[in-house]
Structure formats: C-alpha cells, structure tokens
Design a binder for this molecule. Sequence first.
Ligand code: SIN
Ligand code: FE2
Length: 225
Amino acid sequence: MRSKAMPPTTFDLLADDDQQPARTEQIGEQSFVLRGFALPWVEQLLPVLEKILLAAPFRQMVTPGGFTLSVGLSSCGTLGWTTDRSGYRYTRIDPVSGQPWPAMPEVFSELAQAAAREAGFHHFEPDACLINRYLPGARMSLHQDKDERSYDPPIVSVSLGLPAMFLFGGFERNDKSQRVPLFHGDIVVWGGVDRLRYHGVLPLKDGYHPQLGGQRINFTFRTAG
Ligand code: SIN
Ligand code: FE2
C-alpha cells in the first residue's frame, strides 16, 4: 500500500500503463484517480474533521441565482469558499460563526500534498479545504472551479464514506462527461491543462458506510489566494 513515506519517483507521466502504480487511473492528460490513496490516513482524518465541524458546522448555502445547494458545506484553512445571493467567493471569516475558518490540520495538507505529488504536481500549497457533505439525493451540478486567484495549482479532491458517481467533463458545459465511480479513500487530482474541466456529482444513492454511515464527505483542496 502506498503511504506518505513512499517517494513518487516511480510515477512518470509518460510511462507505459504497466509501469504506473496499479491503482492510479488516468482520466485526462493531467487528471488522475488515485484509488484508495487516502485509506491509510482515514483514522487520522476523522477525529480532526469532527473538531473542525464543531467550530464550522455544515450549512446549506444559497447560490447567487437563489438556489439552495443540496450539499452541506464547511471549510478549513486560511480561506473558505462561500456563496450567497451576492456571489461566490473565498473569505477568511466563516460568515456563520463570525470567526476565522478552522485552521487546516497538518494531516490534511500532508495528504493533499502527497496526492498532488503522486499525480505529478510538486510544491502544492493548499490554503483552502472545502468540506462537502452529501446525504442521499444530494448532488453537485457540472461546474468549473474558477474562483481561485491562479489556475496553476491543481485541485485535490478526497472521497470518504458512501460511493458516488463523479462526472468529469470537458471545457464546455455541454461536452460529454466521463462517469467515474468514486469510493471511500479515492482521491481525484486534476490540474495543468485540465484545471478548468467541468465536473460534478450525480445524486448520492442511499447506503450505509461502516465508518461514515449514510453520507459521503468530500474534501476539495485548492490554492485559492
Ligand atoms: C466539488 O467539485 O467541489 C466536489 C466534488 C466532489 O464532491 O467529488
Ligand atoms: Fe468543484
């Protein structure tokens, strides 16, 4: 099993499939699904997540168009992503608590950096971790991540709990999307030429996960500021 101690030296973007780690799937020129990459970290992630959620509980946010997102949102890190009637943006203060967003735990940023490295993105310095909670029926429609200051750093997206069907599209909303099933512990990394690809999540199916129960949690790490 890979761990954070394993150097990424065996990973060569131009290598033949059979030379790549068995559980890395390429879904774009610079886009990868790292199957099970987060599994060795889960025991450390969950108690820290619990603390973050005490300070910044999941909340339903409203889009500028007046729709309430079905996914519950929270954040940790210097910057947290929020939306309300006046627009999408990153803030230093959690608008619900009036306090700064909880700091990004070291284990979070280490995992995100290790995953980014595995996908060929070195020196990833995330300052924002969006935490999404999907209950059955919750979905995320196709969108691009465009609120960050620079599109040079990649997106690192960690899946925990119930499985979901991730849609990985093209550069136009109507381009055909790949359907990528994501399971507990999987990480998707996309960046470089793929940084602005549309993506989304189909409505979550009912189920039960032994560690997370009837929900899916997603961490999306970005360099926002
Ligand atoms: C997102 O695009 O913010 C979330 C993606 C996911 O939940 O897998
Ligand atoms: Fe996104």
